[in-house]
Design a protein around this ligand. Structure first.
Ligand SMILES: *[C@@H]1O[C@H](CO)[C@@H](O)[C@H](O)[C@H]1NC(C)=O
Ligand SMILES: *[C@@H]1O[C@H](CO)[C@@H](O)[C@H](O)[C@H]1NC(C)=O
Ligand SMILES: *[C@@H]1O[C@H](CO)[C@@H](O)[C@H](O)[C@H]1NC(C)=O
Ligand SMILES: *[C@@H]1O[C@H](CO)[C@@H](O)[C@H](O)[C@H]1NC(C)=O
Length: 464
């Protein structure tokens, strides 16, 4: 809304001039009544628009509402945590680990930016740094992220071994450790690679349970059985060490539902089916434990969130996990032109009373990974204790409860300092996308063509 007041002022000034001219003309000349009617209609529309636009601008500037996206530049795989009086965000920049800091959740364009880590060249973690997360564990901050050795360009000697084309075959998981308990003032250094048995591993996260700490990540069945990607779990002895042997590693979810494949219910091969982006979510009232993950395919409109609930005692036992099979729990919304929603993380309002998800979504979904931008919305809980996610949209929505009015990001300076930038060519996973109609999750729609929305070329990428 940075330019809103100018526009309002101009519209108001023009309206007033037109009003004065009208009165002058009415006073001095005889004007045909139908021309006068049209004239007065135009005048009231102009006055009404300037007044209502002015009201919107004022309430937004006052911190009452926000719109999505919350960061003007491209951004994918957002991860947000709240600590003391700040939100910290990190996301896939491809080349480094960048941390953003803001005291408000709903506008990151003027956030503080910190380069936490820039990898040296020619290491196993030098390229394609994706899906970083920042966790406070035992007084230090750990950045868990995926990266690879070859920028998604395996040699033909390796590629030939894969069942399907496998650009991401050498992605592995890594952990950085902070020097202090302060996420902003700390330096971060490479602590360890996480053991994923020399197999594909992306989107790893920590799962904290009363029985210990676990690594949950997106995996393949074996080194060269490329796709589908599944969710694997292994036990950890500390935030940088996996203690399970490969024989103990368990698969807790496979993309076996029609809405986890793309196109919907694809049967001919599994290359475009995935389970990735797992995140722990705990119901603060009931203590129920969930893993919310992303399904289908990150480069197209069908990417969505799926849900696993821990219903048994042992997270390493696949039988302890129950998938919500009726469909995605958060998915594209043609009515608001928001597509390909996924890779969510969870935080709270500043006063702790509300739960919020931060995710990426697309408007121009034909553009694939490059179309992703970062968004946030409040969610609530169902009576059975499961999360009740909203439909994805643009807003305006009310800002989080307790969010400071005129927070650091609502200053009138245009800086764009938070645009860490993302290479458009990569994302979580790789390959060629395809479109589908998840009829199971979009009530009343059966065919892809039936609910394909009109494509608008006038989409705004900035919301100033
Ligand atoms: C990259 O690392 C490998 C293995 O350590 C080494 O053989 C190679 O010379 C290095 N290449 C460059 C460009 O530094
Ligand atoms: C796990 O959660 C418990 C309860 O919130 C907390 O005390 C503990 O520090 C957490 N452990 C890790 C490793 O994050
Ligand atoms: C998915 O495809 C299979 C094989 O064509 C078919 O038997 C099944 O009914 C389909 N399921 C749904 C939900 O469309
Ligand atoms: C981090 O990487 C992004 C993407 O290449 C780049 O735009 C940004 O400038 C980098 N940050 C720093 C501080 O070098």
């Amino acid at each position: 809304m940075r330019h809103a007041s100018n526009a309002v002022g101009q519209l108001l000034a023009i309206s007033l001039i037109v009003l004065v001219v009208t009165i002058f003309v009415l006073y001095n000349y005889t004007v045909p009544s139908d021309a006068m009617d049209r004239y007065m209609t135009l005048l009231s529309v102009m006055l009404f628009s300037s007044i209502s636009y002015g009201q919107t601008a004022t309430s937004t500037a006052g911190g009452a509402t926000y719109t999505n996206p919350i960061l003007d530049s491209m951004g994918a795989d957002p991860w947000v945590t709240r600590h003391d009086d700040y939100y910290y965000m990190t996301y896939s920049t491809n080349d480094n680990i960048t941390i953003l800091r803001s005291n408000i959740l709903t506008d990151w364009n003027n956030a503080d930016v910190k380069l936490a880590f820039s990898p040296p060249v020619n290491t196993s973690y030098s390229y394609d740094l994706w899906a970083p997360e920042l966790h406070l564990i035992n007084g230090l901050w750990y950045v868990i992220f995926t990266a690879d050795v070859d920028a998604d360009s395996p040699s033909p000697n390796q590629d030939m071994l894969c069942d399907f084309t496998c650009p991401a075959v050498n992605h592995r998981m890594f952990v950085l450790e902070s020097t202090t308990s302060d996420p902003w003032e700390s330096d971060y250094s490479m602590k360890s690679e996480l053991d994923t048995y020399d197999q594909f591993a992306i989107d790893g996260t920590y799962f904290n349970h009363s029985t210990g700490l676990y690594h949950v990540y997106s995996c393949w069945e074996a080194q060269y059985i490329s796709w589908p990607s599944m969710l694997c779990i292994s036990k950890m002895s500390n935030p940088w060490t996996v203690s399970s042997a490969l024989s103990e590693r368990a698969v807790i979810s496979r993309p076996d539902q029609p809405w986890e494949k793309t196109p919907y219910n694809r049967t001919v091969n599994v290359r475009l089916s995935s389970n990735e982006g797992p995140e722990q979510l705990v119901n603060p009232t009931t203590g129920q434990q969930f893993i919310i993950y992303s399904a289908a395919r990150s480069d197209n409109r069908n990417y969505c969130l799926g849900q696993l609930e821990l219903v048994g005692d042992d997270p390493m036992d696949p039988g302890s996990w129950q998938k919500y099979t009726a469909g995605c729990v958060f998915y594209q919304n043609p009515d608001t032109e928001v597509y390909g929603v996924g890779h969510a993380s969870f935080t709270t309002s500043p006063d702790g009373t509300q739960d919020w998800l931060v995710y990426h979504g697309m408007h121009d979904y034909l553009t694939g990974w490059a179309a992703r931008t970062i968004r946030t919305q409040q969610f609530t809980w169902n009576s059975d204790g499961t999360p009740n996610f909203p439909r994805p949209g643009i807003g305006p929505y009310n800002v989080p409860s307790g969010q400071p009015v005129g927070g650091s990001s609502s200053s009138s300076t245009v800086s764009g300092s938070a645009s860490a930038g993302v290479s458009g060519s990569s994302g979580s996973g790789s390959g060629v996308g395809a479109a589908t109609s998840p009829s199971a999750v979009v009530p009343g729609s059966t065919a892809w063509g039936a609910w394909r929305p009109s494509y608008s070329s006038t989409w705004k990428t900035t919301w100033s």
